[in-house]
Design a protein around this ligand. Sequence first.
Ligand SMILES: [Zn+2]
Length: 265
Amino acid sequence: MRRGIRGGIAVGLFVTAALAQAAGGAAWGYHGTLGPERWGKLSKEYLLCETGKNQSPIDIDRVRVLRTDLRPIQFQYDLPLPLTVVDNGHTIVLPVPEGKWTLSAEGETFSLINVHFHSPSEHTDNGNRYPLEAHFVHRNAKGALAVVGVWFQSGEENPVLTQILRWAPEPPAPRAQSREAQPKGHQERKRVSNETVDLRALLPRSEGFFRYNGSLTTPPCSEGVRWYVMQEPLTASEAQLQRLRALLNENARPVQPLNARRVLE
Ligand SMILES: [Zn+2]
């Protein structure tokens, strides 16, 4: 849960019910009794979160990465994306109309369906966590998922993050609102902007990436997800990182055991 706890019991219950409705499944979150350690117990549909052997995120141990001859990923991201920013109660999401932005890798093409963020990073780099990680979720015609992860470290401002933060829906202020003032129904908040963003500014220049087989990092933790984690971190300003940290409220699942898997590069 993201924001309900400090708002008192009434608001907490409201948010719990709202998240369940928004996700179309049992409520889950990142803190307390709805947190990642309990996801597998919250619903039968989330069992893989507890029993899966190919779960994400993972720590990327650069010494143990297997060097291979993987070809660079081809990103077809040049079209400007009309910017809509959604706060779905778990993350900040840019929805992407399917089909115009694509990725080709290992002989297959996937369509970008959304870009969203985690603070701090979910994947760790030799045990080190970055302050922010962007996920580019793609799907192919058979429904298989490929997700690209991009780390951010503190440095120069990122222009696309500036645009996203300009349009990010304001978090509700539970203490300031009476119960009557709460909107009914689910908690998703959305702002449609009059701007477009250049998604290429959210990708590093260098083509290097890590590749492994993993899962969704949120319930239902479905496996069979191809992960591509870009090796070169991008930068965001300290102010951008702080603002995102406040909005995302620690929405990172802890790293999961690698088990029998290998990470390739
Ligand atoms: Zn994610």
